[in-house]
Design a protein around this ligand. Structure first.
Ligand code: MG
Length: 168
């Protein structure tokens, strides 16, 4: 059995006139995140953790923002592709932990729905996906509500070691 861990981090700017999509859920708010895709910063950090764990780079490399195919795309579609790669590499998600750093809005009430959606893509139990949020006490760009950041970590279990060059 092989185990791999990966780390993800992402930031998107908050602007007027955009929907706030986090973890595949539209969260009611006066501002939304700016980006080429739906700018779902939570899902982006999670995907980068997954790609990191299988040594597949990051979402910027996989889904370049210069490619019109990804304009306005739901990040859940991208997560589907990332999970296809995780499975192709012979791994499954044991658990993942995500922290969203935002001054506003309160995210706790939305986490159950996000967990249901994301865990279905990850192919894990809802209890294996932990979502949490913190403010930065009005400090920095998140504290000034200029943007939202997210960090993620995941653990993958490989029952059959098929990653090229990963043996030993
Ligand atoms: Mg991003």
């Amino acid at each position: 059995m092989k185990i791999r861990t990966g780390l993800g981090y992402d930031v998107h700017k908050l602007v007027e006139g955009r929907k706030l999509i986090l973890g595949g859920v539209e969260v009611p708010h006066t501002l939304g995140l700016l980006g080429h895709s739906d700018a779902d910063v939570l899902t982006h950090a999670l995907m980068d953790a997954l790609l990191g764990a299988i040594g597949a780079g990051d979402i910027g490399k996989l889904f370049p923002d210069s490619d019109p195919a990804y304009e306005g795309i739901s990040s859940l579609k991208l997560l589907e592709e990332v999970m296809r790669r995780v499975k192709a590499a012979g791994y499954r998600v044991e658990n993942a932990d995500v922290v969203v750093i935002a001054q506003k809005p309160k995210l706790g009430p939305h986490f159950p729905k996000m967990k249901t959606i994301l865990s279905s893509y990850l192919g894990c139990e809802e209890s294996a996906l932990n979502l949490k949020a913190t403010t930065e006490e009005h400090l920095g760009f998140t504290g000034r509500e200029e943007g939202i950041a997210a960090e993620a970590i995941c653990l993958l279990i490989g029952d059959s070691p098929v990653l090229p060059g990963s043996e030993g």
